[in-house]
Structures are given as C-alpha cells and as structure tokens.
Design a protein around this ligand. Structure first.
Ligand SMILES: N[C@@H](CCC(=O)N[C@@H](CS)C(=O)NCC(=O)O)C(=O)O
Length: 200
C-alpha cells in the first residue's frame, strides 16, 4: 500500500494508523501548492479531488477521504481493535466521532491556513474553542474518546488538535483534552510517524 501525504496535514492520521496496525506501507509526499508528488507525478491523476490523504492499494485502486481510509486500515487487522466491529452500535459511535472531526472540527481550521479565508478567522477560532469545550466534556471519566479502548478516532482527533497552535489556541485551558493529547503523543506509532514526516 502507498499513502500519499503532506507533512503535518490530515494525512498524518492514516500514517499513524498504518503504524498502529503494523501494516507494510510506502509513503509518497505531495506538494499541495503544485499538486505534484515527490516523484514528479501529477497528483490529480491519483486523486482527482487533489487533496491528501489518498491510499493506493496493491491492486492499484485508490481510496480517498481520511475518515474512510482509517477505518479501512483498521479493519485489515481486527485483532488490534482499532475500531469496533462493523454492524455494532459502537461502530456507529466511532463514526459519529469521525464525522464530527472531519465535517465540523477540521473544516473550521480552513481560515487558519488559507489566506483567502482569513476574513473568517476570528469566527472560526471561536467555533474551534466551543468544539474543544465539547470534546473536553466528552472526556470526563475516559482515557480515550470511545472510553477504555484507544481507536482511530483518537488518532484522527490528535492530528487535528495538533493544529491548535497554528490558531494560537492554548490547549492547556482544557485539562482533560490536553492530558488526552499527551497520552496519544506518547504512543510509539505517533512518534514514529512524526519522525517519518520530518516533524520532530
Ligand atoms: N474530505 C477530505 C479532505 C482532506 C483535506 O482537506 N486535505 C487537505 C490537507 S489536510 C488538502 O489536501 N487540502 C488541499 C486541497 O484540498 O487542495 C478528507 O477528509 O480526507
């Protein structure tokens, strides 16, 4: 399998999942400004949407959308229990988290990173802070988002909360969220992925 990624982008989430899952993979970096891969290929030929992540399977098919890719990877190694089993209510709980992270939380960072959205930055920061309040409340009495079991939702949320610093939002104001972030950061797979992306 090959993961198309950009250092520190949301593609860091499937990168960490690959390591947690112990699956073999190769990486190919994408320059999002030029849409060119590190091998000089036109990235639009891999993912016509032009966004990372994209996962190329060994049969050549390409899967996109981070929230879907991480479930696909976790389902390859059910014994690692990185996702609840398909068809269970818990799986829908996990998807409830993934949908919130992808559709609401992540998207609010657009004005933080994109100059053409900068006019909305203050409003977006307020929304992000409200969402951190919500997540912090959800962590009461829990080690991980889903309770006692670490899942791909923790990995995805970890990547997006690592962007808070670019919004100049101090995660330390949310005690449970910041303690949770430290627990995720301490995992060897997270440290390895950060090193492989040149982020530490
Ligand atoms: N819906 C996609 C969105 C992915 C996304 O927004 N990727 C960003 C990096 S975090 C990107 O590639 N942006 C550049 C672009 O869309 O042109 C997903 O959830 O995987």
């Amino acid at each position: 399998m090959k993961l198309y990624y950009t250092p520190g982008a949301c593609s860091l989430s499937p990168h960490i999942v690959l390591l947690e899952a112990g699956l073999p993979y190769e990486l190919e970096a994408v320059d999002l400004a030029t849409k060119e891969t590190e091998k000089g290929e036109d990235y639009y030929l891999v993912n016509t949407k032009g966004a990372v992540p994209a996962l190329q399977l060994d049969d050549g098919s390409v899967l996109t959308e981070g929230a879907v890719i991480i479930q696909y990877l976790a389902d390859q190694v059910p014994e690692k229990q990185l996702v609840p089993a398909t068809g269970t209510f818990e799986r829908y709980r996990l998807q409830e988290w993934l949908n919130f992270i992808a559709m609401d939380f992540q998207k609010n960072f657009l004005p933080v990173f994109r100059p053409d959205f900068a006019a909305c930055r203050d409003a977006a920061v307020k929304l992000i802070e409200k969402q951190c309040d919500y997540i912090d409340r959800q962590l009461v009495g829990k080690d991980w988002l889903m309770g006692s079991r670490f899942t791909v939702a923790d990995i995805y949320l970890f990547v997006i909360t690592s962007w808070l610093k670019y919004a100049e939002i101090d995660i330390g104001q949310w005690k449970l969220l910041s303690a949770w972030q430290e627990r995720v950061a301490a995992r060897p797979a997270v440290q390895k992925a950060l090193a492989e992306e040149g982020l530490k």
